[in-house]
Design a protein around this ligand. Structure first.
Ligand SMILES: [Zn+2]
Length: 228
């Protein structure tokens, strides 16, 4: 059976079941499950964008770019939230639209500074058998917050980093994006490099996180990330 998927020309989602437009430019009238645009109509669905885009003369590249800007400004919400992959990465998806890699951070500026804040903390005394997914012992004053949406930019490099999920005995690679990740001391040098190079904007949060990683490295301690 044919299992070819197609790309949304607006948001770059690459899991469309049907081509959004045929060879003659006629829209499929399907709705992108990600951005909520209906191909062929010049319209978004209200729950994604908060408003309809007025019918246009033609759905050309320039118009798609305007639609992308609108969608990004409204917070990159999914039309069908149940279709949103656990490991969804907006940066990777936008590369499908032809936006240049170096332009993505600028395009996403509002989005990057919005949304939830992930937290990082040094574990003073590591207990290798303890499950750290319980946040009750979490010390608010010694943690560093970081814009969760910016973490998308650490991929793909972060995927190869040796880490542990929830407890030290559970060895994994990469980030337990919405869970708990523990960085062993031997991974901190590489983690520092990824955060330093891949974070798209120089913010106080970035500076504080780099400082925290360096401190953990110097003290030979584990670092923990609580995803959101
Ligand atoms: Zn889309």
């Amino acid at each position: 059976m044919e299992n070819k998927k197609y790309i949304c020309p607006i948001c770059g989602y690459d899991g469309l079941e049907e081509p959004p437009y045929d060879e003659t430019g006629l829209g499929s009238y399907d709705i992108c499950p990600c951005c909520g645009y209906e191909f062929g109509t010049g319209m978004f669905y209200e729950k994604t964008l908060g408003k309809y885009v007025n019918a246009v003369k033609s759905e050309d590249e320039k118009f798609f770019k305007e639609c992308l800007d609108l969608w990004v400004k409204s917070g990159c919400n999914w039309f069908r939230k149940e279709n949103k992959p656990r490991n969804w990465n907006i940066k990777k998806q936008l590369l499908n639209t032809g936006v240049k890699e170096q332009e993505i951070a600028g395009l996403l500026e509002d989005y990057l500074y919005d949304g939830p804040i992930a937290t990082f903390q040094i574990i003073d005394y590591i207990d290798v058998e303890r499950d750290y997914s319980d946040m009750s012992d979490f010390e608010q004053e010694s943690c560093v917050g970081f814009f969760d949406n910016m973490i998308d930019f650490w991929y793909p490099e972060i995927e190869n980093l040796s880490t542990c999920f929830n407890k030290v005995s559970r060895k994994e690679t990469g980030l337990n994006r919405w869970g708990v990740t523990i960085f062993p001391p031997q991974s901190l040098k590489e983690f520092y490099r990824i955060v330093d190079i891949k974070t798209p904007e120089d913010t106080p949060q970035k500076e504080n996180l780099l400082k925290l990683i360096k401190q953990a490295q110097e003290e030979n301690k584990y670092l923990i990330h609580y995803g959101v």
